[in-house]
Design a binder for this molecule. Structure first.
Ligand SMILES: [Zn+2]
Length: 356
């Protein structure tokens, strides 16, 4: 490892600058030599300026795979081990950490890789850099060497998919799950729900999601519906014969999806909301929650249990190879963000990674 790391710094929304940041002189923690970082919808929001409370400049990217380059006592693996780093850092002492929430606020706006401003020492808090700082509280998980690094980044959406589709709704074998939104996390939730023994899993998306919906069918979805051309409730009734036990909203910034989820789910069912709506207000009728006696969970981030499951799934599931469709080198990070935002076209777009 060198004494400096090349980094793509986001100086302000949509304005990257390649820079070098020193990697010496840390107390505790360690350094990760980054191999690949996938670009999520949250990264696109940081890049475009739509994310709340973000302070620039920062280095985006929180779905990182790399090899441990230097390790203090907090790192449970030797130098050279390939790991994924949980994006969320948990100080373990604030009221949010003590309540087991995903959003530690020891650092602003949230204590998470890809969101911490570069003025916070030692500056290397994002995956769009050759080196990532491993905070003493960071949680890392060993992942297999047998897949390309960009494929290994899919552990991150897989972990979230397991947390949201299996852990939070307490999914039982034989239950039906409807997933709204066929992005990487939606596809990951499909894999996790099927692996957990769901009887039936449906997926929905928009017209421009055609390739993602086709992939959902190849991954075992029982239906994959374009809601712009097909009535979703009718399609579910025809295909499964009953209302889903669990509905998961992982759409991209679509307030309507909340109503759809509450409408589709069976009485007594569970709704997991894992997608924010750009802070927009909308007219809301709560009676359906009472009348149908629903359980609603808000979901942020993946649990450590989710990461452990995802790291095992990566070793045994060759279908994950198909889930990273686009790769760019660090110097083309601006194009990677554009691709992830769908601005370079959505044909064959599944997910995007930057590789080193
Ligand atoms: Zn905390």
């Amino acid at each position: 490892m060198g004494t400096e790391a090349r980094a793509m710094m986001l100086v302000e929304p949509k304005h990257f600058s390649m820079t070098s940041i020193p990697t010496s002189d840390i107390d505790g923690g360690g350094w990760l030599a980054v191999e690949a970082t996938s670009i999520s919808g949250a990264d696109v929001q940081v890049w475009s300026g739509e994310a709340r409370d973000v302070v620039y400049p920062l280095i985006p990217g929180h779905e990182v795979v790399g090899r441990i380059a230097s390790a203090g006592p907090s790192i449970p693996y030797p130098v050279g081990t390939r790991v994924v780093v949980e994006p969320r850092i948990h100080c373990g002492e604030c009221h949010r950490c003590l309540n087991n929430l995903a959003t530690c606020n020891r650092r602003r706006p949230i204590n998470s890789y890809g969101f911490i401003p570069s003025i916070e020492p030692p500056g290397l808090w994002g995956g769009l850099a050759e080196t990532l700082y491993l905070d003493p509280s960071a949680r890392v998980h060993e992942v297999t060497d047998d897949v390309p690094a960009e494929v290994a980044t899919f552990v991150h959406p897989l972990a979230a998919g397991h947390t949201w589709a299996v852990e939070l709704p307490l999914l039982q074998q034989g239950e039906d799950v409807m997933i709204l939104g066929p992005g990487p996390r939606g596809l990951a939730a499909l894999i996790a729900a099927k692996a957990a023994g769901a009887r039936w899993v449906g997926m929905s998306g928009l017209g421009h999601d055609r390739d993602r919906l086709d992939l959902a069918l190849r991954l075992g979805a029982d239906i994959a519906i374009d809601v712009e051309t097909t009535d979703l409730a009718g399609a579910i009734a025809e295909a499964s014969g009953r209302r889903p036990d669990v509905v998961l909203d992982v759409t991209s910034n679509d307030p309507e999806a909340v109503f759809t989820a509450l409408d589709l789910v069976r009485s007594g069912g569970r709704v997991v909301l894992a997608s924010t709506k750009g802070n927009r207000a909308f007219h809301f009728l709560s009676d359906v929650i009472v009348a149908k006696q629903l359980t609603i969970r808000g979901a942020m981030g993946a649990t450590t249990v989710g990461y452990q499951w995802a790291a095992r799934q990566l070793e045994t599931d060759p279908r994950i190879d198909d889930l990273v469709s686009h790769q760019f080198p660090l110097s083309e990070a601006p194009r990677a963000l554009q691709a992830a935002a769908g601005l370079l076209g959505r044909e064959e777009l599944i997910s995007v990674a930057v590789t080193f």
